[in-house]
Design a protein around this ligand. Structure first.
Ligand code: PLP
Length: 392
């Protein structure tokens, strides 16, 4: 049986059309397959590999930690330096109201736990999210997903989930005194990098304060520099009550987290105790990798350069077939007339050694979310390849 056939037969799949690059190695901006072909990566494992593949500092941190200890105890019992040092560093970079971080394994776990925290803390049951939002695929996160397509088959889901419309101030009246929390992405990911307009996030913050609901920012894609600031909330100057992170925070390792005040966080450890538990959450290797990633972002110009790189992409990607470029920083959606052009860009891109990818909810845009370390030359090369494909 060929490798591809075996992959299809023996490994769980998420679509019938996987890109199926047979990966041999990945370094910096490039993924190399087993035939020796290299691909310039404009996706970064879907916004995850923020400092590039196998960044030397991240690899070193992983190796050093692997020599000390791996998993030693369920989360939150023992003091483990990688977890504590990462939590301390995050607290030093965040406002005082976000000084306590709980580590999990993935983005969706951060969302699930935040939803629980908000219910427990407020004593209310309703969770509000946005139309066209994506917060993960487990039952709780699916319940607040902003589109019916992926929910229908899996009902019943959580009751008491309401919706507002992103960028529609009039919909904020749906946030009310029964609302435990509003879960919102500073930039909507799955629907094609829709950015907030008209002080929308500020208005959501004000409405939450008015009715006593907690504001949860899903920064699973926007965290760790992607928008040109360390966190997306800094780009839009609205501080949430709970900040969820994942993807880019791991530098290529699996980690997620949610951050709030110590006082709010402690509501998960009382009445009942063990209000949220995880065995492997904040795995020491993942935390060591995350701390190395954070240090790299804080100690270099990487984040400062994100804005300039966005401008260059926008300047170069001009073509009659490109209708619009949306997004902020290095999360950019290139909008075309139809899905066929998107498929062509992705598939011809692969043939030419360029990785781009699709969005979950929109089929007329292609995702560019490269490692933040992409150079100007690599941006030029990528843009030229995309324009060539559009000219074909
Ligand atoms: C905005 C957002 N929230 C939540 C998630 C879920 O994260 P994970 O896949 O790590 O569970 C994702 C993943 O794509 C995401 O983009």
């Amino acid at each position: 049986m060929g490798v591809r056939e075996s992959f299809i037969k023996h490994q769980g799949q998420t679509t019938p059309y996987p890109l199926a690059i047979d990966v041999a190695s990945a370094k910096g901006m490039y993924v190399t397959d087993k035939s020796g072909k290299t691909y310039l990566d404009l996706v970064a494992g879907v916004s995850a590999c923020s400092v590039g593949h196998c960044h030397p500092s991240v690899v070193k941190a992983i190796q050093e930690q692997a020599e000390k200890y791996l998993h030693v105890m369920v989360y939150g019992e023992f003091i483990q330096d990688p977890q504590l040092h990462l939590a301390e560093k995050l607290a030093s970079l965040l406002p005082d109201s976000l000084n306590c971080t709980y580590f999990v394994n993935s983005g969706v776990e951060a969302i699930e736990a935040s939803m629980k925290l908000s219910k427990g803390y407020t004593g209310r049951s309703e969770i509000i999210s946005c139309k066209n939002s994506y917060h993960g695929s487990t039952h709780g996160a699916l319940s607040i997903m902003g589109t019916e397509t992926y929910k229908r088959k899996f009902r019943p889901l959580l009751p008491d989930c309401g919706q507002i419309t992103y960028n529609d101030l009039s919909s904020l009246k749906n946030i009310n005194k029964n609302t435990a929390s509003v879960v919102i992405e500073p930039i909507q990911g799955a629907s094609g990098f829709i950015t907030p307009e008209n002080e929308f996030l500020k208005a959501v913050r004000e409405r939450c304060d008015e009715v006593g609901a907690l504001l949860i920012f899903d920064e699973i894609q926007t965290c760790f520099g992607r928008t040109g600031n360390l966190f997306g909330f800094q780009t839009y100057q609205v501080v949430p009550d709970i900040l969820c992170m994942a993807k880019g925070m791991g530098g290529g390792m699996s980690i997620g987290s949610f951050t709030t005040s110590t006082e709010k966080m402690h509501s998960l450890r009382e009445n009942p105790i063990l209000g949220h538990i995880t065995t492997f959450g904040g795995h020491p290797i993942a935390c060591a990798a995350s701390l190395a990633t954070l240090n790299e972002l804080c100690d270099t110009q990487i984040i400062e350069e994100v804005g300039r790189k966005e401008v260059l992409f926008r300047k170069l990607l001009v073509h009659p077939k490109i209708k619009e470029i949306r997004g902020k920083g290095l999360m950019l959606a290139v909008e075309f007339d139809d899905a066929e052009i998107c498929r062509k860009v992705v598939h011809r891109g692969l043939e030419k050694g360029l990785i781009t990818f699709f969005f979950l909810f929109t089929h007329t845009a292609v995702r560019l979310s490269p490692p933040l370390i992409i150079s100007e030359d690599e941006i030029r090369k990528a843009a030229q390849l995309i324009l060539e494909i559009l000219d074909e």
